[in-house]
Design a protein. Structure first.
Length: 401
């Protein structure tokens, strides 16, 4: 069955439209009901292309924009710095015109966080791209504009599960004695109404950057891979294979899921007696979830952390995310990833030709299964339509085994 013919329909709304729609949804979650005390936010850069909601306070707003995230390109940094300058100098009234005023009831997210973390917190709200796992992510600042922490809210079945998983993961990796990787600490985990809440300490992304070399980055990933112990054995006798098959069985009713299960079974047969090494992976080690500083590699967003996977998945995932940003198409990035797999997996000790092939293809199966399970295409995720990029390459590569 062709994965191209059975892929979900093309996305019906672009990312900007979906972000704009999300503002009303997220503010309704954070500030329910009607009250008398107003809450005011400034929309950055505007209501048509929202990226961030910041307090309508020049000093706090400038700090929120400056320290929320590190842009991935020089042009993005220039745009960010221009917004910060406008806020600091008072020109924001001319350049940044879109403001929101709410009058919520008393039971707001501000009140909840204040009870658990102390009064006086100011919040900025990230407006992320459309994804099934999109959730309210808040930057917590003090009145002077210092970033104190970040909070995530799980508001649906999937995101509640992910928030709980990240809290558990941070506890695990935080106790593992990592020396090369710095992770956030858990400041609070609880429930606000039906929502899961996780507050974690802010990593010092404002420290001077030291871009990690390829060996340093691989070494940091290998430290995470070993943090819960490692094992070695055949694929078909591993706990990983049993878990992957269960995940594939759960999505077998989807055409894409059926194609993935067929491909996975073919990989397992081709793996034969090849020995794989299993360890942990971060699960989404991408350029925007990390930063290099003198004291180590800062890594956040641990909600997909999983022990017992083929070692090297993090290296492959990081390379694919970079490739998608640089290649003319996501499909080409997948082909380039498979071709580069021997070099990418070498620092992880994966050198046998069959082990390299199996590890790279299993990573693609794992990632695609996540997309189908989470229903990313239905949520409007840009890469959710697997038949347009990942499935055709994966099927062709598996058939060539």
């Amino acid at each position: 069955m062709s994965p191209i013919k059975t892929a979900p329909a093309a996305l019906k709304a672009d990312d900007e439209q979906l972000r704009a729609q999300y503002i009303e949804e997220v503010l309704g979650l954070l500030y329910p009901g009607q009250g008398a005390r107003p809450v005011r936010y400034l929309v950055i850069p505007n209501a048509r292309k929202p990226r961030l909601l910041v307090p309508d306070d020049r000093r706090v707003a400038a700090a929120a924009v400056r320290r929320y995230a590190e842009p991935q390109s020089r042009l993005a940094r220039l745009k960010r710095d221009a917004v910060v300058a406008a806020l600091r100098t008072g020109l924001s009234g001319l350049l940044l015109r879109d403001r929101l005023t709410l009058s919520p009831a008393e039971d707001t997210i501000d009140a909840y966080l204040g009870r658990h973390l102390g009064a006086g917190l100011r919040l900025s709200v990230h407006i992320g791209p459309a994804r099934a796992n999109r959730k309210p992510v808040l930057q917590l600042l003090d009145p002077a504009g210092r970033t104190l922490a970040f909070a995530k809210l799980g508001t649906a079945a999937l995101t509640r599960e992910l928030v709980r998983a990240e809290a558990a993961a941070l506890g695990t990796v935080g106790a593992a004695g990592l020396t090369q990787v710095r992770v956030p600490g858990v400041l609070h985990a609880g429930q606000w109404g039906e929502h899961e809440v996780l507050v974690q300490s802010a990593l010092p992304v404002w420290e001077p950057r030291v871009a990690p070399t390829a060996p340093r980055l691989a070494s940091a990933m290998l430290e995470v891979a070993r943090c819960c112990g490692t094992s070695q054995g055949r694929l078909d006798g591993s706990g990983y294979w049993a878990r992957l098959r269960a995940r594939l069985d759960a999505v077998a009713g989807h055409a894409e899921g059926a194609a993935l299960r067929t491909a996975a079974e073919r990989i397992a047969r081709a793996a034969g007696d090849v020995q794989l090494h299993f360890g942990s992976w971060h699960g989404d080690w991408s350029p925007w979830n990390m930063a290099g500083v003198a004291s180590g590699v800062l890594v956040w967003d641990w909600e997909r952390f999983t022990p017992g996977v083929p070692i090297g998945f993090d290296g492959l995932h990081h390379a694919l995310q970079l490739g998608i940003g640089r290649s003319p198409s996501a499909g080409q990035a997948v082909n380039e990833l498979v071709a580069a797999a021997p070099d990418l997996l070498l620092p992880f000790g994966v050198v046998h030709r069959q082990a390299v092939e199996v590890t790279a293809l299993l990573y693609l199966i794992d990632l695609a299964t996540r997309y189908v399970t989470d229903r990313q295409a239905e949520a409007g995720a840009r890469l959710g339509v697997l038949g347009s990029w990942l499935l055709p390459v994966l099927v062709a590569r598996v058939e060539a085994l």
